[in-house]
Design a protein around this ligand. Sequence first.
Ligand code: BGC
Length: 752
Amino acid sequence: MKLCDLLARPATALAVAVAAAAACGNATAEQKPVYLDNSAPLEQRVEDALRRMTTEEKVAVIHAQSKFSSPGVRRLGIPELWTSDGPHGVRPDVFWDDWNQAGATNDSCVAFPALTALAATWNPSLALEYGNAIGEEARYRNKHVLLGPGVNIYRTPLNGRNFEYMGEDPYLASVLVVPYVKGVQSNGVAACVKHYALNNNELNRHTSNVSVDERALREIYLPAFKAAVDSGAWTIMGAYNLSGNEHLCHNHRFLMDILKGEWGFDGAVISDWGGVHDTDQAIRNGMDLEMGSWTNGLTSGLSNAYDNYYLAYPYLRLIKEGKVGTDELDDKVRRVLRTMFRSSMNPDGGYGSMLTPGHYATARRIGAESIVLLKNDGGILPLDPAAGKKILVVGENAIKMQTIGGGSSQLKVQREVSPLDGIRAAAGTNTVAYARGYKSEVLPPQDGMTPPQDITDNRSEAELAAEAVRMAADADVVIFVGGLNKNPGQDCEDADRTTLSLPYGQDSLIAEIARVNPNVVMVNVSGNAVAMPWLKEVPAVMQAWYLGSEAGNSMADVLFGAVNPSGKLPFTFPARLEDTPAAFYGEKAYPGIKREDEKIFDIDYTEGLLVGYRWYDTRKIRPLFPFGYGLSYTTFAYGPLKASAKEMSADGTITLTLPVTNTGSRSGAETVQLYISDRKASVARPAKELKGFSKVTLAPGETKDVTFTVDASALSFYDPATSSWVAEPGAFTATAAPSSGAKGQSVTFTLR
Ligand code: BGC
């Protein structure tokens, strides 16, 4: 008997209906079974479908039938469930059994900026626009579950996957994940929030056993997941790592107690690909849909091992032998059915759309709004398109496609505008020359994808550098487009970086170029903080991220002033790796200590709550650039911050207001950040914590009041003794500031 019936994929809702009608005999529209009736309440549909399913059919829907799909129930006209990466664009179709792209001709996508970039916009309405656009692309491609967004907290700048996440602060990530999820799901596509939880490094990701104290777990690592669940995320992905010696894909505490118990999550937990390791644990500990397992090593080949998955025959056998009951099975199937009715069988999601001008416009706007201006001495930026100057662009990142590589978020794009092309298109009367300056290793095809460009260069590193320096001496302005890339060991899944420094000799090259040309603009492309030993030598630095299809246009929009930069850093740039909390506490904090007789690495999050700016502020360590930092081509002045009252009751609110004025000569947007400090607490608390932000657009000379309403939740800490949030009476200081490192405007009030 085969569990996974390879049914023909119903292409349309009509095909599904026809199959269902056939399955149900002479069913007419009037006699439609409840589970096929879209107007019936969801739970009735679920129960109706469940009672019609055989045990074999139930077991079949809780594990994969191909690399990215699980079977539906053909007999009942329930279609297959198709998942797809990823957070930044809809992944190309792959072969049935392996990771290699299948070479289809209708699966190119628009690549949206990486989620780090979205976080740098500090703009929830852009997160909604992003989610909606990518949801439309997924829907059009008939993908029912989009494997994203990722909200793992940025704990160390070495994590190869930070670029896929939303930064170091739980509040920022929570505010942005909600509209992203809503946008995706408004298309009848399930968001799959990942990787739940404590998956904060790639190195040893399958064998890291994380210990974290309860307050840090609740206050730092879980809030964004909880916010996504509270806002109605339909699926969540279990992570590869372990905590409490149990893999997160079948971790009783995280899945059963917290997610499904405390938070009341009614959707499906989907495993990360190959994250399930044990049938018994998967049955009991909350795994609902097993994907990507390497059962007996068979799926590394082309043979179909899906029936051997932990939640396939091994589970069915236990049931048939009477060794386990079917309560857990029914619960899993209910969750999968809910997901199906919400997505693959949801007619309200429309047809979706892909590659539309609107999607490109969204990608470009988010890209431009995410760019963070870190330094702009002498107002060297924006460049004047009518200046008739000689611009030299240097750097491999000016030409290299960044949508290829990086792991599962890799995309096959319809187009990707390189920074060089974007600059050329916007340069006006300026001339633009190019020198590569440095080169990275040329990679073999990634998952069967060869970049449509060949950037092989056989010149030596010295020759490349010498050419760039020579040409720089003759240019009016040098735009150096460098940083990291998506090669293994850089910003890439399955490995971490080993250093904070830029690779490929860029540090010395930038310094050399700065010696021959005073007008160097450094554009750093990365999803992680990097060291900048040359910072003092260059007048301008722009943090650009992996910006997707419109990367070059978004960058040029900011470089030439069509867009006034308004991005703010979603994570701290430390001055040195040693300053980061994970490095400060040594090996036990990162990358963990290997157990003698096992493969497990024990990682202890020794820094507790002091992640990101909480660490630098509390320990008074000066970062290179603080969290929340970002300049504009205009300037803003903050007026005094006033509280609506001196005191607040535990169930009340307080309103904090300040005027912000654009004191420069350009229109611009400023993200005002609200930090709260507990003046005296019975427990250790970070020096301050982000509890609000507001992005305000101001014309030159214009003033607007920015208002925050604060309640006790902004003043609370998690009390493990009572498993509750506690706001202790006493004094609190609220600070409205342009970054976590700025003094800003403060006011103190009392909680009664
Ligand atoms: C990654 C997931 C991804 C999955 C499917 C895994 O290796 O960790 O984020 O969604 O593969 O591609």
